[in-house]
Each structure stands twice: as structure tokens, then as C-alpha cells.
Design a protein. Sequence first.
Lengths: 517, 173
Amino acid sequence: MVCVPRDSTALSVGADAVAAAIAAEAVRRGLPVEIKRTSSRGLFWLEPLVEVPTAAGAVGYGPVEPEEVPGLFEAGFLQGGRHSRSLGPVAQIPFLARQERLIFGRAGVTDPQSLAEYQAHGGLAGLRRALSMAPAAVVDEVHASGLRGRGGAAFPTGIKWRTVAGAQAPCKYVAVNADEGDSGTYSDRMVMEGDPFLLLEGMAIAAYATGASHGYIYVRSEYPHAVAALEAALATLRAAGWYGARVQGSDFSFDAEVRVGAGAYICGEETAMIESIEGKRGMIRYKPPLPALKGLFGMPTVVNNVVSLASVPAILDRGAQFYADYGMGRSRGTLPIQLAGNVKRAGLVEKAFGVTLRELIEDFGGGTRSGRPVRAVQVGGPLGAYFDASLLDLPLDYEALAQHKGMAGHGGIVVFDDTVDMAEQARYAMAFCAIESCGKCTPCRVGSTRGRELIERIVRGERPRENHAQLLKLCDVMENASLCALGGMAPWPVLSALKYFPEDFGLPSERQPAHVV
Amino acid sequence: MKDAVLPRPSRRRVEADHPPYDVTAVAAVLERWAGTPGNLLPVLHDVQAALGHVPPGCVAQIARALNRSRAEVHGVISFYHDFRRQPAGRHVLKVCQAESCQATGGRALTARLEQLLGCGLGETSADGAVTLEAVYCLGNCACSPAMMLDGRLFGRVTEAAAERLLAEARQDA
Ligand SMILES: Cc1cc2nc3c(=O)[nH]c(=O)nc-3n(C[C@H](O)[C@H](O)[C@H](O)COP(=O)(O)O)c2cc1C
Ligand code: SF4
Ligand code: FES
């Protein structure tokens, strides 16, 4: 058997062509070869990564070009033979061996649409155990695990569930936030495409714990493969009696549907997402009322990120303490970190909280893809601060990053080499905010455009001192007077770029060069 | 008194101003989603899938069917970047403008595509073959720079590879 991923990143670099070449070459040689399409391990710099199961575990070859396929047969890859693309046993590749995969354990191993394989690899054990418990006990278990939302705001999941569970209403909902708008992130996509049953299992547990009867999964339109994978997996679970009326013969009934976004970053914010599911413009709602009390169609609604819910089955299956044993401080469990941008080994690193940026970028990532020095790192998506090389020893931890006006967000890390123009990055941050602003409040709607203009003026050398002062004032207003975090945090990348890289704006340096500090 | 001098377009005139569109196709979409709560986005997606864009003329038809005002339906269409009010070229190329792709040559790639197509982001090449659109992250950041041609995702896109793909796309009519 030969395994070839069908994850969309693998497809984007030719996985289908490689699978077709393997099939064609097998026919030409008269060899019976079964090709299994798996999810991706998340070792994306090696994609298309072809694996062959052997007695000593799966051995890998990658990145494979279709033209190299005859050579692989020549080298006897079907028996694990050596080839210039050989990677050896995949489980021993350091990038993978050093991870702690509680969520992504099946990544690259199973066929995402096989419920039998899902169960053979531990799937549904969490939901089974949940259904044997009282709903309140399920909430307690999730609370005790210390799980905090992975969508960006890091709110304790157990507390949110308790609020919804305690609300009295004719109907409650679970709404999965699968909008994954942050640039540099793809872990939600990997779950949905590569292990859709996991998300659906977590969603069903959330519904059982809170008394919800219907769910929505709001997937961004940029993810067509995820939409298809979820719809197919939902149909499979319904047919097997895990979704729909009276789940596994119990009194618990729950079903869900997939909704597709329409290209609006702001619809990742939970109240805008709710508006969008209701068929409206994605405008932010004032809080309170909290969505947990008055959310979708005015009913109590659990809104959780994909990775938050994908973390839940392991917590139920293996217990809160098992999960809480990972991590540091108030950041418990594991975080799927997504290495992106100019990094040599880009891919998914699931690690307990506490791993440092340096370990991630240097040890896992291998430095820049271009081979030039790392100059700036953006953590936590387009609203995340830019850090310079002096801050790489920061641990990934919600509180530690917050101390430096940064955030772990959804776990995306984008690396830039020394060719980056940080004034241009700052200008982009404001321009992006202007494009994606919902328009409800002035600091964001108007401020973002003003901010972009001020940066352009500073860069052109027009009264830089005055415009710089004006920009700082504007950022202060945006941070403090915006209704939501789009306008409230868009200044972060700008202010951090100004602080660490003033020379790119033609401004005098406020401090010593990075390496001296 | 003042009201009398302001021109008040009748409802019929507003509708007649719009180019004709496939009313039956839109009716079929509305039928499919009838009764589903919050069905406006799915309806608009399906209309665009069937007709290539959301023709301005269908706003009134959708509004009537969903019991919403035309202003509301129009507001939704204009809010979301995905919905197109004019037909696109034969192919749609979305090129990522976000940070991971910026860090790996995405700006140069975009500039090259604009040059090859002779049009900017949000425009269609003069031969009507390709509409070039900005997109903010395709979730393909581990293989940046990324772009999507007619729904098909491409990663680690070099300028040469983009040129090849465009040449192919412009050939088939
Ligand atoms: C501008 C903006 C964009 C957001 N985008 C996302 C997103 O794409 N995905 C997500 O899960 N949460 C996003 N959030 C956070 C959500 O509002 C919300 O906190 C989250 O979905 C709650 O789920 P969690 O507790 O499981 O993280 C965004 C927030 C803001 C302010
Ligand atoms: S900060 Fe921006 S996106 Fe958020 S509510 Fe205000 S205008 Fe809308
Ligand atoms: S930033 Fe371009 S694909 Fe994510």
C-alpha cells in the first residue's frame, strides 16, 4: 500500500499528479498497488509526501515530483527501498517526533472519511464517555481541563458551556467558528479536511453538555475541500446513528449543517458570524447580551473555534487531568502552532504551551526558507504584534505574550527575513483593517484609512515627527474606542513595527539595536 | 410640496433598468432553500454558482421570496467580498495578499500577474479571459505564495508557474 495525502495544501503542490503517476506506473509494471488517500502529517515542506507502511512503521519519500515516480519503483519503494527522496521512518523525523499530538494524532495516518479507521484510532471514545455522564459532569470535566478558546480570545471553554447549559430556552445552538481568517493559520482547515469526525465529535459533546439541539458550522468560502469533507462526514455519522434523532438510542438528539461564509474577515468575530448565519451583513453586535445567552436567532448559543472543539474528545476520553498536565501557567493543554511565511520547514507543530518562539522557528522551522537572517515574526494573525529577533525567547503562553502586547491568537507564526520593509507591513495592517472593517464604529472605519495615510506620509518624509505623534494618538483612540478587536488590535502590528523597526519608517531609533538589549 | 418635485422612480422602472437575467434559475434556487432559517447567504451563493454573478435585477425577486426589503438584500450582497454584481471573466484567479504570502514573494507575484493580464486586482483582462482578485489567506500559508484558479489551489507559486497556468487558462475559450 502507498499513502498519498489529499489535504488541500498537498494538492496545491501536486499530490493528485503524484498519486496518478503512481497508479499509472503500477499498471505499466503490472503491479497491484493500493493507493490510500490520507490526510496530511502537516510536514508541508515535504509535500507531496508519499508513505509506504512497512513492518518497521511507515517510511516516507518527499517532496515527490510526478517525474520521480518511475525512479521510486526502480528503487523498490513499495518495500521501503532507498531513494534520493527517502526520509526514513516518518515517525522519527525530528519535526514530528518532538511534537505532542493530542489533536493531530491521526493526521497523515488515516483516511479522513473512514469512520471505521477513526474508531480504530480512538475516535468516538470521548463522545461515548460523555453520553454515559450527566451533562453537567461533562461541563465540569472540560472546565477542569483548563481548556481556553483557540479562536483568539482564549476564554475558558468550561465557563462558556456552563453559561449556555444554565440558560433556559426553547432551543439552543452550537455554532462552530470555522472562519479561520487569520493569515498564517491553517489548523482548522487541517482538522476539517483531515479529521472531520473529530470536529463533529467535539461538537456533539458540546451540544450534549449544554442541551443544544442544532448546530451550524460556519466555514469560510476559501475552504471548499473542508466544506465537502464535513458534509460527507456528517452524512456518514447520521447513517451510523451518531447524529440525528436519538443518538445511539439515547434521549439526546442533535443535528448540524454546514454554512459557507462569503469572504469577510470580520465574520470570524462571533457576533458577526451569528449575523451572517442569520443571513445578514456581518456587523458586530453590542455585548451584552452574550451569545451564550442570546445568540443565534436570539437563543443561547455555544460559539467555539474548530480547534477548541477538536480538543474536547481527548479531554473526555482521557480525563481533564491528563490534558491539564500539558502546558504552563494558565495556558493548559496543547496548541497547534502553524509555521508559515519565510520558514524552511513550514508546517504544523502541536506542542504543549511554553515552547519558545526560538525553538519553533529555529529548531522546528530550520530558520528562513531564503537562508537570510530572521528579522521579524508576526504571531497571532494580522492583528498580532511583530516581534524582532530579540524577543524570540518568549514562550508561547497567553499571558507571557500579552505582557509584550502580543497574543498567541490562533497559533499562527509568520516569519520574515531581512528583506522585509516593516513600514509597508504596518501600512498593510491599516489597509487590511479598512478593507475588512464592518463599519459600525468610527475609530475603526475612519481610523484605519487615516492610519494608512499617516504611515504613507511618514514614509514619504512629510513632517515625520508630527505625523508620527498623530499616528500614535490615532492608535490610542482605535485601541480604546473600537467596538471589537479588529479596530482595537489593528494598531498592534503598527505600534510594534514602529517600536522595533523605526528605521524602516525613516524615524530615529528609540532604543539600542536588538542584539544589545 | 417639496416631495412633488423630487423624481420618484416607480418600482417598475427600477426593475426595468436592470439587464435581463435567468428568472427561472433564481426561482429554482429560492425553492431549494425555502423555509430554511437564515437562508440568504446560501441563496446568494447558489445564484452566483448558477449565473456566474448575482445580477442586480434578481434583488427584487429574492427580496420578495424571503420577505426582506430590497435594501436589505442589496446590503448583504454589497457587504461580502465574494458576491459579484457583474459577470467575471471566463476564469477567476484569486491571488493571496496576506502576510505569509507577502513574506515569500507574494507582492512580486501579484505585480507579475497584473502585468501579464494587463489589469489590476478586481479587474478583468481585456480579452475577457481572466478576472484577477485579491484574497486574504487561502489557508495554504505553509506553501506560500498561494493562489486559486477557478477554485483550484496552487502553492509555492513561482512567477514561471503562474505564467504557465495563465497561458493555459487564456487558451481555452
Ligand atoms: C476580528 C475578529 C476575527 C476573528 N476571527 C476568528 C476566526 O476566524 N475564528 C475563530 O474561531 N475565532 C475568531 N475570532 C474570535 C471569536 O470572536 C470568538 O472569540 C471565538 O470564535 C470563540 O471560540 P473559542 O472560545 O473556542 O475560541 C475573531 C475575533 C475577532 C475580533
Ligand atoms: S472595530 Fe471595526 S470591525 Fe469592529 S465593530 Fe468597529 S467598525 Fe466593526
Ligand atoms: S497568507 Fe497567503 S495563503 Fe495564508
